[in-house]
Design a protein around this ligand. Structure first.
Ligand SMILES: [Zn+2]
Length: 92
Protein backbone atom coordinates (compact mmCIF):
# COMPACT_ATOMS: atom_id res chain seq x y z
CA UNK A 1 0.00 0.00 0.00
CA UNK A 2 1.36 3.35 -0.94
CA UNK A 3 0.72 6.39 1.16
CA UNK A 4 1.97 8.66 -1.57
CA UNK A 5 0.11 11.98 -1.66
CA UNK A 6 -2.26 11.02 1.17
CA UNK A 7 -3.03 13.68 3.78
CA UNK A 8 -0.68 13.75 6.74
CA UNK A 9 -2.34 11.96 9.70
CA UNK A 10 -0.38 14.05 12.17
CA UNK A 11 -0.87 17.66 11.14
CA UNK A 12 -3.60 17.26 8.52
CA UNK A 13 -2.10 20.14 6.57
CA UNK A 14 0.51 18.47 4.43
CA UNK A 15 0.65 15.39 2.24
CA UNK A 16 2.93 12.40 2.48
CA UNK A 17 5.72 11.88 -0.02
CA UNK A 18 8.10 8.93 -0.17
CA UNK A 19 11.62 10.21 0.14
CA UNK A 20 14.77 9.85 2.18
CA UNK A 21 15.12 12.08 5.18
CA UNK A 22 17.81 12.39 7.77
CA UNK A 23 16.69 11.19 11.17
CA UNK A 24 18.51 11.14 14.46
CA UNK A 25 18.47 7.81 16.24
CA UNK A 26 19.12 7.94 19.96
CA UNK A 27 20.21 4.92 21.92
CA UNK A 28 20.85 5.76 25.52
CA UNK A 29 23.19 8.76 25.42
CA UNK A 30 24.43 8.08 21.90
CA UNK A 31 22.97 9.44 18.73
CA UNK A 32 23.51 8.81 15.06
CA UNK A 33 22.15 10.40 11.93
CA UNK A 34 20.70 7.99 9.39
CA UNK A 35 19.21 8.43 5.94
CA UNK A 36 15.75 7.04 6.54
CA UNK A 37 13.35 6.41 3.68
CA UNK A 38 9.70 6.76 4.49
CA UNK A 39 6.54 8.65 3.74
CA UNK A 40 7.36 12.08 5.06
CA UNK A 41 4.99 14.99 5.42
CA UNK A 42 5.82 18.04 3.34
CA UNK A 43 4.45 20.32 6.06
CA UNK A 44 5.46 19.01 9.48
CA UNK A 45 8.48 16.91 10.42
CA UNK A 46 6.53 13.72 10.91
CA UNK A 47 6.57 10.64 8.75
CA UNK A 48 5.41 7.08 8.48
CA UNK A 49 8.14 4.47 8.18
CA UNK A 50 6.93 1.16 6.82
CA UNK A 51 8.47 -2.29 7.00
CA UNK A 52 10.55 -2.08 3.84
CA UNK A 53 11.69 1.41 4.81
CA UNK A 54 12.82 0.09 8.19
CA UNK A 55 14.70 -2.72 6.46
CA UNK A 56 16.69 -0.12 4.54
CA UNK A 57 18.30 1.10 7.74
CA UNK A 58 18.11 -2.13 9.75
CA UNK A 59 21.75 -3.16 9.22
CA UNK A 60 23.01 0.28 10.10
CA UNK A 61 20.70 0.39 13.09
CA UNK A 62 21.87 -3.00 14.36
CA UNK A 63 25.50 -1.97 13.90
CA UNK A 64 24.85 1.18 15.86
CA UNK A 65 23.10 -0.80 18.55
CA UNK A 66 26.06 -3.16 18.73
CA UNK A 67 28.36 -0.18 18.95
CA UNK A 68 26.48 1.11 21.93
CA UNK A 69 26.83 -2.41 23.27
CA UNK A 70 23.31 -2.72 24.47
CA UNK A 71 22.99 -6.32 25.48
CA UNK A 72 20.01 -8.47 24.47
CA UNK A 73 19.22 -8.66 28.15
CA UNK A 74 18.29 -5.01 27.99
CA UNK A 75 15.49 -5.52 25.50
CA UNK A 76 12.87 -4.91 28.16
CA UNK A 77 13.91 -1.33 28.68
CA UNK A 78 15.47 -0.74 25.29
CA UNK A 79 12.35 0.38 23.37
CA UNK A 80 11.85 3.21 25.80
CA UNK A 81 15.40 4.39 25.30
CA UNK A 82 15.43 4.42 21.50
CA UNK A 83 14.03 7.39 19.70
CA UNK A 84 14.00 8.20 16.04
CA UNK A 85 13.23 11.75 15.27
CA UNK A 86 13.68 14.09 12.41
CA UNK A 87 16.83 16.11 12.18
CA UNK A 88 15.72 19.74 12.46
CA UNK A 89 15.67 21.40 9.09
CA UNK A 90 17.12 18.39 7.32
CA UNK A 91 16.26 17.55 3.73
CA UNK A 92 13.55 20.13 3.38
ZN1 LIG B 1 2.23 16.70 8.65
Amino acid sequence: MSLEATPCPVCGLGTLCHRVKQVIVDIAEYERVMDQPGFWCNHCEEGIIGGTDLLATEAEFQAFRAFVRVSPLSDEWLPRRIRRHAAPGASR
